[in-house]
Design a protein around this ligand. Structure first.
Ligand code: GTP
Length: 333
C-alpha cells in the first residue's frame, strides 16, 4: 500500500528551531521525526511514500538522496505554492499516480499505531475515509469527532470552543482514504482537509474513526517535541528507542545529563547541567551552565541559566545570563 506524508507546513509553533530545520527533519532521539514515522509505516506494510513538500524541500532531498528511507521507497511532490492539507494531498496523490486506497499521515505525528489495523477497519466499514482517533483530556485544540456505535463519524468539529466538543476523541493525523476523496478537492486550490473535506464526507456519512490507545504525540509544539525526545529514552515506545548522548557529542566528565539528549557535534562543558532538555546537533552549553526543560540549537554561555526556553541555531545566551520562557532569536525578529 502507498502513503502520502504531509511535510510542507511552516512549523510556526516550533520556531525558532524550524527557522533552520523543517519540523519533520528535527531529530527525536537523534533520528529525524520523518524517518521514525516512515519506519513505522514500513512496519505496517506501507511500501511507497510520497512526501508532500512545499516550504523548504531541499533538506529532505539532501537527507534521503537515494529515494529510500527506512526501507520504504520515497518520492517527492513539490507544490508550487502551499496548498494546505487537502490541496497538498490531491497534488501529491496525482503526482504519484495513486488510484487505489491509500494512507495519509501528518509529518509531525509519532505513534506506535499499526496502520494495517486502520486499513482493515476502513475496508470492513466500506468507508470513504477513516481517521485514527486518540482520546485526550482537553480536545479544544484538535479536530474532535462524535461517533455512532459502528464508528461512523456523525460530527467533525475542528478546534471546538472549550466545553462544546462532542467527545474527547481527536483526529490523530493518520487517515485511510479512497481515491474518491480526491475528487472532492478542487485541483490546485488551497483547501484544508480538517475544515472542509472531512466535514463534507461526514455529512455524506462516509467518514469513520477508529480510536486506539497506542502511543501518540503531535511533535508540533515545543513541550511535545521535548516530550517525544524524552519518550524514546524512557522505554515507553514499542519500537523507537534512543541513547541520551550521541557518540559524536562532547560531554565533559563533570557535566550532568539527567533525562536529556545531546546530539552529534554538540558540546556540554565542565560542571554544566542538562535536565529534561534537548541539546541539538552542534549546540554549545558552556561550563557550569544549567539548561532545564529547554531545547538548544545555538550557544549557551558559561554560568548561564536557561529554563523552559527554545534557542534556535543563531540564538545566543550570554555568559552568566538567566532566562526563562524565552525564544531566541524571537520568531518575529
Ligand atoms: P504550525 O505552523 O506550527 O501550525 O505547523 P504546520 O505548518 O506543520 O501546520 P500543521 O501542524 O497544522 O500541519 C499538519 C501537517 O500538514 C504537517 O505535517 C504539515 O507539514 C502539513 N502541512 C500543512 N500545510 C501544508 C501545505 O500547505 N502543504 C503541505 N505539503 N503540507 C502542509
Amino acid at each position: 500500500m502507498r502513503a502520502v506524508v504531509l511535510v510542507g507546513g511552516f512549523g510556526t509553533r516550533l520556531q525558532p528551531l524550524t527557522l533552520s530545520t523543517p519540523k519533520p527533519m528535527l531529530p527525536v532521539g537523534h533520528v529525524p521525526i520523518i524517518e521514525r514515522l516512515i519506519a513505522n509505516l514500513g512496519r505496517s506494510g506501507i511500501s511507497d511514500v510520497t512526501l508532500a513538500l512545499g516550504f523548504k524541500s531541499e533538506p529532505f532531498v539532501e537527507a534521503f538522496p537515494t529515494g529510500e528511507c527506512a526501507g520504504v521507497v520515497l518520492q517527492y511532490a513539490v507544490e508550487p505554492t502551499p496548498l494546505d492539507t487537502a490541496g497538498a494531498i490531491r497534488f501529491a496523490a496525482e503526482a504519484a499516480g495513486i488510484d487505489d486506497t491509500f494512507v495519509v499521515v501528518n509529518g509531525d505525528v509519532l505513534t506506535d499505531l499499526d496502520v494495517a489495523q486502520l486499513v482493515d477497519f476502513h475496508r470492513d466499514r466500506g468507508a470513504e475515509a477513516t481517521l485514527h482517533l486518540i482520546p485526550v483530556p482537553d480536545p479544544s485544540s484538535y479536530g474532535v469527532v462524535g461517533l455512532d456505535a459502528e464508528g461512523r463519524v456523525e460530527r467533525f468539529v475542528e478546534k471546538p470552543a472549550t466545553g462544546t466538543a462532542p467527545s474527547n476523541l481527536v483526529n490523530a493525523g493518520t487517515y485511510v482514504l479512497e481515491p474518491a476523496v480526491l475528487h472532492r478537492i478542487p485541483s490546485g486550490e488551497k483547501v484544508s482537509i480538517e475544515r472542509v473535506t472531512f466535514p463534507a464526507i461526514a455529512a455524506a456519512r462516509g467518514l469513520f474513526g477508529l480510536a486506539t490507545d497506542d502511543y501518540w504525540i503531535d511533535t508540533g509544539q515545543p513541550e511535545f517535541y521535548l516530550q517525544a525526545n524524552l519518550d524514546v529514552l524512557s522505554g515507553i515506545r514499542r519500537h523507537d528507542r534512543g541513547v541520551a548522548v550521541h557518540e559524536r557529542a562532547t560531554v565533559h566528565e563533570t557535566a550532568v545529563i539527567e533525562d536529556g539528549i545531546v546530539g552529534p557535534g554538540a558540546t556540554v562543558g565542565a560542571g554544566a547541567v542538562v535536565r529534561r532538555s534537548v541539546v541539538l546537533p552542534g549546540a554549545v552549553v558552556g561550563d557550569h551552565a544549567t539548561v532545564t526543560d529547554s531545547m538548544v540549537m545555538g550557544r549557551i554561555g558559561e554560568d548561564a541559566v536557561v529554563h523552559a526556553s527554545v534557542i534556535g541555531a543563531t540564538g545566543v545566551v550570554a555568559p552568566g545570563e538567566a532566562i526563562h520562557d524565552e525564544r531566541r532569536p524571537h520568531p518575529a525578529s
